[in-house]
Design a protein around this ligand. Structure first.
Ligand code: PGA
Length: 242
């Protein structure tokens, strides 16, 4: 594991953007695994700048997002579809058909949606680089602490801490969907390279239990200790309990 402790959020974002850009420069048809949330916003902003400078081309790039709420239409302002459009897709030359986010309406069969999503990753040749944030409870994607973790993309009930943490984006906590589709730990561990980002004091406990403690399904990010090529980029505050 390559652990980098940096001064602040903007340094973390710079390293992450350069890592993604470096891959896209070396492999035109790179397959990216992408994350949403506050953490990667700076990385996306920097990537858009790098694109505008003419240094990267998304024409042949494919992307797979980690997760999405169940029952939120892609047009909903808090859907991860909208997040991705706003922070990346609307600003670069990526082909909409090359972007995949696991969408499951209330009428869809989640098992079918999940199987199709996994298949699509396989058909794309697997993920070259997976970008991850980390939840305050140590979750990655929406793989919540539990006695068992699932391997492939699946339906999850969100943990109370996650609903609480994500309520900041909604008018009330009751509006936060209780279910989501997420890549499983196996889908994430299957990426050829992983970069996990964490910033701020509220992530310090999760960072400590994930990267300086035992590997446990109760801290899903700790499984990444077993990945062959994982880079963990944390700012001073998030690293303060290491
Ligand atoms: P955040 O979320 O980047 O908004 O803190 C991270 C996560 O819950 O995985």
């Amino acid at each position: 594991m390559d652990l980098k402790i940096v001064d602040n959020y903007s340094e973390m974002s710079e390293i992450a953007a350069n890592t993604v850009a470096g891959l896209v420069q070396s492999k035109q048809a790179a397959v990216l695994g992408l994350a949403t949330g506050s953490t990667p916003e700076g990385m996306y902003a920097r990537l858009v700048e790098i694109y505008r400078e003419g240094a990267i081309d998304f024409n042949s790039v494919k992307t797979f997002n980690l997760d999405e709420y169940v029952g939120l239409a892609p047009e909903h302002p808090q859907s991860y579809h909208q997040y991705m459009n706003k922070h990346l897709f609307d600003h670069v030359n990526i082909k909409p058909n090359n972007t995949s986010i696991p969408y499951c309406s209330s009428n869809d069969d989640p098992a079918v949606v999940c199987a199709e999503f996994e298949n699509k990753i396989k058909q794309a040749g697997g993920i070259d680089l997976q970008v991850l944030g980390i939840g305050v409870n140590g979750h990655v994607g929406f793989n919540e602490p539990a006695s068992h973790l699932r391997t492939t993309t699946h339906l999850v009930e969100l943990a109370e801490e996650t609903i609480e943490a994500n309520s900041r984006f909604f008018n009330t906590v009751d509006e936060v969907p209780g279910k989501a589709i997420t890549m499983g730990m196996g889908s994430i561990m299957g990426a050829r390279k992983v970069i996990l980002l964490a910033s701020g004091k509220n992530k310090a406990k999760a960072v400590r239990s994930s990267f300086s403690g035992l590997i446990s399904t109760e801290t899903p990010a700790s499984l990444l200790q077993l990945h062959r090529e994982v880079m963990v980029v944390v700012d001073r505050e998030a690293a303060s309990l290491l």
